[in-house]
Ligand binder design. Structure first.
Ligand SMILES: NC(=O)c1ccc[n+]([C@@H]2O[C@H](COP(=O)([O-])OP(=O)(O)OC[C@H]3O[C@@H](n4cnc5c(N)ncnc54)[C@H](OP(=O)(O)O)[C@@H]3O)[C@@H](O)[C@H]2O)c1
Length: 256
């Protein structure tokens, strides 16, 4: 018996990277997992892996930047299962042209909508279901750029991810009285397809030394399995081989 038997988890960005690993880990722990992303094919792959391992998955594709799509998916979850116990609010994106010199209003809008507005839409969609049961866990994927603004990640991404951190803490402030817990996960570099959108390509060797999707999936599973009286408010997960620290040491003329 898994710790999450009988629970329903909605995982956004479930077709690849961190979301895919989280969906698989939660399903192995017994949760029925609802998988969301814009493209259906990657979600099919995640669902197939889950079913192969004996787990339960349902696909609900959609663009989370559209509030109406989020409402539709959440209504579908309520109709089918009558509950949403866990939200892994993980979908996010970045753009190539991310420096202030390159940034356009359309680019800024895409990054803020794709990381922050979409995350808000998902939270507002699941909270009523969680309040009814006086129980629920929300786990949001922010970033180290959500704590320390970063040129590498860009202005809009840094700002949006700071917003996700603030969003998560305010949920605990208001919803603790309803037994609802919110955790914001701030990863450093994780070897996922999002790195393909970096202006400077990331080598295979560098990717191998980064945090892997499965490391984050396991962390998310751990957070989701905590007993109801415990909340981990925020957690940072970064590679031991931290390229930021190494660059800093080189700058300080420390041999690395
Ligand atoms: N990898 C890192 O180094 C790193 C570090 C810190 C934080 N993060 C954050 O971690 C989260 C997961 O990213 P990842 O690294 O696993 O990269 P990823 O493989 O690119 O995953 C992002 C997922 O989000 C989905 N998605 C994006 N926009 C969406 C939208 N509007 N509606 C629905 N689904 C959407 C994508 O699927 P579709 O394209 O099919 O929609 C994709 O499956 C993101 O929030 C990212 O910002 C990543």
């Amino acid at each position: 018996m898994g710790v999450l038997n009988g629970k329903v988890a909605w995982v956004t960005g479930a077709g690849s990277g961190i979301g895919q690993a989280a969906a698989i880990a939660l399903a192995k722990e017994g949760a029925t997992v609802v998988l969301t992303g814009r493209r259906k094919e990657p979600l099919d792959e995640t669902a197939a892996s889950i079913k192969e391992a004996g787990g339960k998955a349902v696909i609900q594709a959609g663009d989370l930047m559209k509030a109406s799509a989020v409402t539709r998916i959440a209504a579908g979850i309520e109709k089918k299962f009558g509950r949403c116990d866990i939200l892994v609010n993980n979908a996010g994106l970045n753009i190539l042209e991310r420096t202030w010199k390159q940034l356009t209003p359309a680019g800024a809008e895409q990054v803020i909508d794709g990381n922050l507005s979409s995350a808000f839409y998902c939270v507002t969609a699941v909270l009523p279901m969680m309040r009814k049961r006086k129980d629920g866990v929300l786990i949001h994927t922010s970033s180290m750029a959500g704590r320390n603004p970063s040129v590498l990640s860009g202005a809009a991404y840094s700002a949006a991810k700071h917003g996700v951190v603030a969003m998560s803490h305010t949920i605990n402030m208001e919803e603790c009285i309803n037994g609802i817990r919110s955790c914001v996960v701030c990863p450093g570099e994780v070897a996922t397809p999002i790195l393909d959108k970096r202006p400077v390509p990331v080598s295979k060797e560098d990717r191998a030394k980064m945090v892997q999707s499965e490391d984050c999936g396991d962390l998310i599973r751990y957070i989701a399995c905590l007993p109801p009286h415990v909340v981990i408010n925020e957690v940072q997960i970064t590679p031991t081989n931290n390229r930021g620290y190494l660059a800093n040491m080189r700058q300080a003329h420390v041999k690395v």
